[in-house]
Each structure stands twice: as C-alpha cells, then as structure tokens.
Design a protein around this ligand. Structure first.
Ligand code: MEV
Length: 440
C-alpha cells in the first residue's frame, strides 16, 4: 500500500477513513471504531463540525469546565474553560474564590488597535514613492469602502495608514502599515480583505499620479497580512490587599514577600519566565478556546510582548507598597465575541451566554483576570507546598484510568492517597496490592 495519495480532499469522509485505516493500521476495525465513536449522532451538528475544517474524520474531545466565583470589576462570573491538563481549573477556581473574598479583580482595556501590513519592494526614487503614497492615501482608504461600511457603522474601521521605509533592513523594502479598530470582532478576515484591496489600489493607480513617474511594475507586492503582534490592543488586570490580610489567609508570615520574589525571578530569568508565562497561558488559552478565539494568535502575540524590551520576561508584576500587596498583569489580547465560530459552535455560544454575552473589551478584561488568577494559583503552590502535591492529586484519576481501575478501585485509591504521595509507581503498587487482596 502506498502512503501517499493525490486528491485526498476529494474523497468522501468514509473513503478518507478507509484510506487512513488501510494504510496506517493493522487492526482496521479498531481504528475505524475509535474514529467513529466520537461522531455525533445528530447529523446536522456533526456536519457543522466537519465543515469547520478540511479533511475532517472525527471530533476531538477536550473537557469543557467551569471555574466559578470570579469577581471582576464588581461582577460575578463563572468562567468556561477548555483544557485537558488536570489541576488548572482547580487552581483558577481556588484563586478566584480567594480574591473574590479580598475585593476581586480590577481589569481595564488600555487600547484596542490592531495592525495590518502590505509588504512590498520598490527600488526607485524614495521621494517619489513617498509623494505617491501621500497622494494616493485617501484613495486607498476610499477603495476599501465596500469592505469597511458595516464595521464603520459599528464604530470601527481603518484608523490610519502610513508608509514605512524599511530599505535599511532589506533592499527596496517598504511597508504600508494600517491600523484598525475591529470593535467586537477579532477581525482577521476584515483586516486581510482591507489590506488586499489597499495593495491592489496602491499598485494599480500609479497612472493617476503626475508629479513623478512611478510605474506600476516597479512596485512589487510581496504579501498582505494582519499582524498578530498587538502591543496596542492591551489590557491590564490587578488585585491588591493588605499584606497582613493575605499573609494570614495563606497562613504564613512572609508569604507576600516570597510571592513578590517569585514574580521578580520570572522578570529576571528567561528559563523561569517561560514556565511562569506558560502557567498564565493555561488560563488564557482555556477561556480563548471555550469562547471560540484563536489561541495560536493570542499565544504568538503575548510571547512577543513578553520580549518587547529585547529579553523574554514574566508577564506579571508584584510589589508591596505601604503595607499593600499588588499583583498585576498587562498583556495584548486581540479577542472577538462576534464572527468566526462564535455564533456557530453551540458550546462557544453557550460559553459566551454564560459570560453575559460580553463585548470584546469585556472579554479581554475577563481573560486577563483569568490569566492573573492562574498565575497566582501556580505561584501560591510553588512557594508553599510545591506544585506536585496538588497537581498529582488531580492527576491521580488519569493514572487510575491508565491502569483501567474500576470505580470502586478509584474510590479506595482517592481515599488512600489523601495523605500519600501520588506518582505512577505508588499508584501502580497500590492498585496491584488492592487487586491481590480482592482475589483472596
Ligand atoms: C504547569 O502547567 C504550569 C506551571 O509550571 C506554571 C508555573 O510554574 O508558574 C505550574
């Protein structure tokens, strides 16, 4: 059998599955049944999911969970989160409860501007291209009218458009940089459509410019695309309370000081910063997935922001001032609450409903607060009991499932491991012993 194929996308779903199982599995019956057991029996719903992507064979489940008791800007939220890692939801929920008792999270959108770029080369006279750009700029904006009309009605659209000379970095390289406000949409399609129109007009309309001779063929468009680096689409979330109050809550004197040091270490050391930020992304990605947002774009933008001063740093900040503990996060978040799959995927719709159908700004604030809560939970564990204790307790069920433990074996194990160290060996040993004793 050949493992290469032409025209795979043209095959029916059943034919695709047959080709996969025939080529990659000896137990074809098992492989087929694993793929098919995740199909939804509601054909309409299944088709909807199939059509989100291409070459779809099945659905891939991830847990849809809730972290309750978030108090953000005075409002109570139960946060929908989609993540497979144990203990993330427990940590977020625990931090949420603690900070809701201490006054809650305050979050604020600082700015909401996104950028798109037309990348092109032109090796002619610099003054000529700059004059042409200034001359054609109103036309470039005007020519996007049919794309921007609805966005403008909602209060958004193109904010500005400028020419950037990058010839110092690469021969003949220029950018047309366009800034956008996409209101409640993440806006990728909107931005990219505008950019394609702008670059077309820029290249095609050189004839109408009489001051210098610019030939259309001298302008070579390389590409038109939005940037996922969104340092001007920024949100801040913070919590604060009296040091003595938090030290007491967390049950040890000096807790706040140690916490501040842990945050500082992530600001100073890249090895630590990456893990620190990964923990923040546990929360941010989980709410992004649940609300139908593009977590890859969010990840890319946030990590670039973490290295904005030339060194990769932790994204949160903590300090003690006049006896008050402050903990905050400032991150770029290009989120949408309309468009994309937000009103297609039933669970995404439900998740947004649960958050009271927020606009993009509210969702940015909620998401930043969740990231901060997640980081708080991770650091609290790290500077007190250590991460493994809580993490492995939550992971216990996964280990038990991998050992195919029965419900009653699980119950006994959960009871037993309340005061014991959870690791693969210990759990395996416990289950073997339990099974042996049950044989007698
Ligand atoms: C694990 O998914 C995340 C942590 O490693 C984050 C951190 O170390 O801050 C616990």
């Amino acid at each position: 059998m050949s493992k290469e194929i032409n025209g795979f996308s043209k095959l029916s779903k059943e034919e695709k599955i047959n080709w996969i199982v025939d080529n990659f599995f000896t137990d074809t019956v098992m492989a087929k049944s694993v793929l098919k057991q995740y199909w939804n029996e509601d054909n309409k719903l299944q088709k909807l999911h199939d059509e989100f992507s291409e070459n779809t064979l099945s659905n891939f489940y991830l847990p849809f969970s809730i972290a309750p008791n978030f108090l953000i800007n005075g409002k109570k939220y139960s946060i929908p989160m989609v993540i497979e890692e144990s203990s993330v939801i427990a940590a977020a929920s625990k931090s949420a409860k603690l900070w809701s008792d201490l006054g809650g999270f305050k979050a604020k959108v600082i700015s909401k501007i996104k950028t798109g770029q037309v990348h092109f080369t032109y090796t002619g006279d610099k003054q000529a291209i700059s004059s042409y750009f200034n001359y054609i700029k109103p036309t470039l904006i005007q020519d996007t009218e049919s794309i921007t009309t609805n966005m403008k009605k909602r209060g958004g659209g193109i904010i500005d458009i400028s020419l950037i000379d990058k010839t110092f970095d690469m021969k003949g390289y220029y950018q047309i940089s366009v800034s956008f406000d996409t209101i409640d949409a993440m806006g990728a399609n909107f931005i990219n459509s505008c950019l394609e129109q702008i670059s077309k007009s820029f290249k095609d309309k050189t004839d109408i410019f009489k001051d210098y001779i610019i030939k259309s063929n001298d302008i070579k468009i390389i590409m038109n695309i939005l940037s996922n680096y969104v340092p001007d689409c920024l949100v801040k979330a913070e919590v604060s309370c009296k040091v003595e109050k938090l030290n007491k809550k967390e049950d040890f004197n000096g807790y706040c000081e140690k916490f501040v040091q842990a945050v500082k270490i992530a600001e100073l050391d890249t090895y630590r910063a990456v893990t620190h930020n990964k923990g923040i992304m546990n929360g941010i990605d989980a709410i992004a997935v649940a609300t139908g947002n593009d977590f890859r774009a969010i990840e890319a933008g946030i990590h670039a922001y973490a290295s904005k001063d030339g060194k990769y740093r932790g994204l949160t900040h903590a300090k003690i001032e006049n006896g008050v503990f402050f903990f905050s996060i400032e991150i770029p978040l290009a989120l949408g609450t309309i468009g994309g799959i937000t009103n297609l995927h039933p669970l995404v719709k439900l998740a947004l409903n649960m958050l009271n159908d927020p606009n993009a700004e509210e969702l940015m604030e909620i998401t930043a607060a969740v990231g901060l809560a997640q980081n708080y939970g991770a650091l609290r564990s790290l500077i007190t009991s250590g991460i493994q204790r809580g993490h492995m307790k939550m992971h216990l069920i996964n280990i038990l499932n991998s050992l195919e433990a029965t419900e009653s074996e699980k119950q006994s194990a959960v009871e037993y491991f309340k005061d014991e160290i959870v690791n693969n060996n210990n759990v395996q040993r416990y289950i073997t012993k339990l099974r042996k004793s049950n044989e007698i």
